[in-house]
Design a protein around this ligand. Structure first.
Ligand SMILES: Cc1ncc(COP(=O)(O)O)c(C=O)c1O
Ligand SMILES: N[C@@H](CCCC[NH3+])C(=O)O
Length: 420
């Protein structure tokens, strides 16, 4: 979050005071630092430059078109999970042959669109999906590139809701099933094997499980290559975690070296799918205090952002740091639950947070909202989606305007015969 800094007692994103953005676009608003994003992207590319690697940004982390454009301009491909993400990535200028398409339940129209676009690979998660891809490709007179997503049964030591590499989850297939399917693929004229993939989870702060996965995947690849299966790459997924609270800063170079150490034994190209690592600490959600409510037990700071804007605290009990836009050095410190206006007890951004005393109208910001914030937003309680702003030095751009109240209502109603 190093491009969000206090100057003259007031928080800025790069050179722009957050108060200026609040005046221009209102609150709540997502604000991203372009230079932080560029720096993160370049650090990843540099860390993997010692080995032939394709870094595919996990579009689910942040699918704003301008945000994506910045990432693709730095040489990233895309990891996607839906037709919608495919369209957004293409619109933002990704090279189609640098796209991997993940997901346990791809529908026929999504598979067709991926084949039409000419993507690098479908990361196949089941035998039924392999059959669908083969059927659709043959129907289109094409051959679809596929990669088998293996579940390596490794504990990523992260929040269970975002762990994906254990057999108890719906993701991937066992090593045994993958070994059966690689042979079956030879009999399927509509698909061509290009690789194997895994993704063991998200917000992983220990390199050990990631290394264990790389070791396991490399040994599976060596065995498949030995049996004459023509692999081109190993896709190690994403997952390296960031600092939300007291986690270590991500060791991008250490991460690159543990993956490369094992994958290079196979001679295959490496694919990675980072999401949070690029985007998470590039952005904030700026909020205004609507009012302060005191009860015998608590002080509630009720802000205008809510769980529909950033759902991570409500959904995963995730910690996001909260700060005031004005430093408030001369103010007494008070313990607050920072909550939104949504009609749910679970609508909170932070509990028992010590902040300089707040009043209605004060601006507070929720940190680490560059990933899995705007993309997980909803219209719950019929609230409009917040705008997104990209700051670049002395300038800022509204890269998505606030949804208007009319947008929320328009085209929604179908009047049934006899209805009003
Ligand atoms: C298949 C796949 N790839 C990549 C990612 C991106 O993960 P992260 O944002 O933790 O890097 C995810 C999300 O967990 C995923 O499911
Ligand atoms: N949405 C999750 C992570 C992504 C999981 C995707 N497999 C989060 O906010 O942390």
């Amino acid at each position: 979050m190093d491009h969000f800094i206090y100057k003259n007692g007031e928080a800025h994103c790069e050179n722009i005071p957050l108060t200026e953005i609040a005046e221009a676009v209102g609150t709540p608003a997502y604000i991203y630092s372009r230079n932080t994003l560029k720096r993160h992207a370049r650090r990843i590319i540099e860390a993997f430059s010692a080995y032939p690697t394709l870094a595919c940004f996990a579009v689910k982390a942040n699918s704003n078109l301008s945000f994506l454009r910045e990432i693709f301009d730095e040489g990233f491909g895309a990891d996607l999970v839906s037709h919608g993400e495919l369209q957004r990535a293409l619109k933002a200028g990704v090279k189609p042959h640098e796209i991997v398409f993940s997901g346990v339940g791809k529908k026929d129209y999504e598979i067709r669109a991926g084949i039409e676009a000419g993507i690098l690979s479908f990361n196949v998660e089941s035998s039924f999906e392999l059959e669908s891809i083969n059927r659709i490709a043959l129907d289109m007179g094409k051959m679809a590139p596929v990669c088998l997503r293996i579940n390596p049964n490794i504990d990523a030591k992260t929040n269970p809701k975002i762990a994906t590499g254990l057999f108890s989850t719906k993701f991937g297939m066992s090593e045994a099933e993958a070994k059966t399917l690689v042979t079956e693929i030879q009999e399927l004229p509509g698909v061509q094997l290009v690789g194997i993939a895994c993704h063991i989870g998200s917000q992983i702060t220990d390199l050990k499980p990631l290394e264990e996965a790389a070791e396991k995947m490399s040994s599976i690849a060596l065995e498949m290559l030995g049996n004459g299966h023509p692999l081109e790459f190993i896709d190690m997924g994403g997952g390296l975690g960031i600092r939300y609270k007291d986690e270590p800063d991500p060791d991008v170079e250490g991460y690159a070296s543990v993956l490369i150490k094992h994958v290079q034994k196979t001679g295959l190209k490496l694919v990675i799918e980072p999401g949070r690592l690029l985007a998470g600490n590039t952005g904030i959600l700026l909020n205004k205090v609507i009012g302060i409510k005191k009860t015998p037990q608590k002080n509630f700071a009720i802000v205008d952002g809510a769980m529909n804007d950033v759902i991570r605290p409500s959904l995963y009990d995730s910690f996001h740091d909260i700060a005031t836009v004005h430093e408030g050095v001369d103010k007494p410190e008070v313990l607050y639950d920072v909550v939104g206006p949504v009609c749910e007890t679970g609508d909170f951004f932070g509990k028992d947070r010590t902040l300089p005393q707040l009043h209605a109208g004060d601006l507070v910001f929720l940190k680490s909202c560059g990933a899995y914030a705007a993309t997980m937003a909803s219209n719950y309680n019929s609230r409009p989606r917040a705008p997104e702003v990209l700051v670049d030095g002395d300038k800022y751009y509204i890269i998505k305007p606030r949804e208007t109240l009319e947008d929320l209502w328009r085209g929604e109603e179908v009047t049934i015969p006899g209805g009003e």
